[in-house]
Design a protein around this ligand. Structure first.
Ligand SMILES: Cc1ncc(COP(=O)(O)O)c(C=O)c1O
Length: 487
């Protein structure tokens, strides 16, 4: 695999350090509470990092969604927003950018990524039909199953191997796709979806070559191909740096080839475009007409789709900035720096390093905690306790239960430490590595979690859990012994 240190300025000393190609001109104060307070907050918020108030969090590594640092050009554009219900200039500017960026003719606005999924599921999926995908995302699956559909995954088996050298672990395994379509028949497939990069398996990318293969297959079978481009910025960086044939191609050229393969592209503008919104780009008029009527029903009129016009302006600029290598490299090179620092302390992390964030392999970190006790969730609690660091469980807790009520055990148990673009400093990343290094040395103390309040849908968002036993008190005690200030 090519060394993915593209865009790192060389240091004379030979050290590999991710150098920021921006400077901070506005900052937000953060607070590190002592361990006793962290323990109290953790238990009063149901051991669910989604429920932690920001005021009690030191480093918010929950997600990159809507929390990337915006550029000065994005803020400036917000002042130009044309606030009107219908026919806003802001919409036409955004539509033009999306058309040029993806090269697809039609565009529909929606307030965020899952809103696009709601529209697609409502329009395309009949009960008993499948959405075939490389790997599912939580909200995608929830929308498909909500309308009576089913999800089938065709990612290669290597996707769940956490310490791999495969540069494109998000790729489709073509034999799985063809085998499944042959088995159930094309009429049972609502659409085929490519998610690039793949969120739940560690921000792992999909290669352009694989996209070509999937598209060629779909065309030969008359299957609709839908692309979830929410995590496109990271994926684009990995295609550019890891896919030999793309090394000398411009980012725009790569995006245009990729999107030319798709029938429908949707995205969360909270990620792609670093603002707060979303949208659907479409190649065919018939699809546009089918989906169009659902926008005013679910989202808002066609020229704002539930978004604030200021956010639309910011998204417009943010999408254009996706074609700047210094912008899109920032998360991957910080993820790599954090990952290498964690590896140096023996902490098991997902490799190759992906986009979105650094992913800790909870099954390897705490093999004594059974999957039924949500190891990635309990590791998330322990990491908050240890350093005020808020990560996100990406494992069994993020799965839906099977229709018979049994647990659907995830193929991977990951604690994601998201690295939103341009938000953290390198010293903060080193603090994270230091605290996880301490925790790794005390990993035997970590126990499991159990639900005390389990919502039926997307339970990981609002569910409340309690520790199995008193392991959190014992962990806090050990921390206090080693760090008498409690910080
Ligand atoms: C791959 C992917 N698809 C869809 C979504 C949903 O987007 P949103 O959070 O804007 O609803 C996300 C959000 O994390 C995502 O990562």
């Amino acid at each position: 695999m090519p060394d993915h240190t593209y865009n790192r300025v060389e240091f004379f000393s030979g050290e590999k350090i991710p150098l920021e190609m921006h400077k901070a001109r506005m900052v937000q104060r953060v607070h590190l509470r002592p361990v006793g307070e962290r323990l109290y907050v953790l238990n009063s918020t149901g051991n669910n990092t989604f429920l932690l108030p920001n005021r009690d969090v030191f480093l918010d590594m929950l997600t990159d969604s809507g929390v990337n640092a915006m550029s000065e050009a994005q803020y400036a554009a917000m002042l130009l927003a044309d606030d009107s219900y219908a026919g806003s200039e802001t919409f036409y500017r955004l539509e033009k950018t999306v058309r040029e960026f993806f090269g697809l003719e039609y565009f529909l606005p929606a307030h965020q990524g899952r809103a696009c999924e709601n529209i697609l599921a409502t329009a395309y999926v009949k009960p008993g039909q499948y959405m075939v995908t490389n790997y599912h995302f939580t909200t995608t699956k929830a929308h498909i199953t909500r309308v009576g559909g089913l999800v089938y995954e065709c990612v290669s088996d290597e996707a769940s191997v956490t310490d791999s050298v495969n540069p494109f672990k998000g790729n489709y395994e073509m034999a799985k796709l063809a085998g499944f379509v042959d088995k159930v028949g094309v009429e049972k497939i609502a659409f085929v979806r490519i998610e690039a990069g793949t969120n739940l398996i560690g921000g792992q990318p999909v290669s352009l070559e694989n996209m070509r293969e999937v598209a060629g297959y779909c065309r030969s079978k008359g299957l609709r191909l839908v692309f979830d481009a929410s995590l496109l910025a990271d994926n684009l960086y990995f295609i550019k740096t890891r896919e030999e044939s793309c090394r000398n191609r411009s980012l725009s050229d790569i995006v245009l080839e990729m999107s030319g393969l798709m029938d429908v592209i949707y995205f969360s503008g909270r990620k792609l475009g670093c603002a707060r919104g979303g949208g659907i780009a479409l190649a065919h008029e018939a699809d546009y007409r089918k989906l169009r009527d659902l926008v005013p029903l679910f989202e808002g009129f066609l020229t704002y789709g539930g978004m604030s016009v200021r956010e639309m302006e910011a998204m417009n600029v943010g999408i254009q900035e996706t074609l700047d290598i210094d912008t899109i490299s920032q998360t991957p090179i910080f993820v790599q720096a954090l990952g290498e620092a964690l590896q140096a302390k023996g902490v098991p992390v997902v490799t190759p390093f992906g986009g979105l964030g650094c992913h800790v392999d909870a099954r390897k970190f705490i093999p004594h905690v059974p999957q039924e006790q949500y190891p990635a969730g309990s590791l998330g609690s322990a990491v908050f306790l240890t350093g005020g660091i808020r990560g996100m469980e990406r494992g069994t807790m993020s799965e839906q239960r099977n229709p018979d009520g049994s647990e659907h055990l995830s193929s991977v148990e990951l604690l994601r430490l998201a690295v939103p673009k341009r938000v953290f400093t390198l010293s903060q990343m080193m603090f994270v590595a230091d605290r996880l290094g301490w925790l790794y040395e005390h990993r035997d103390l970590i126990g499991g979690l159990e639900f005390e309040d389990e919502p039926e849908t997307l339970r990981f968002f609002l569910g409340r859990l309690r520790p199995v036993g008193d392991w959190q008190e014992r962990l806090a005690e050990a921390f206090r012994k080693d760090m008498p200030t409690g910080l």
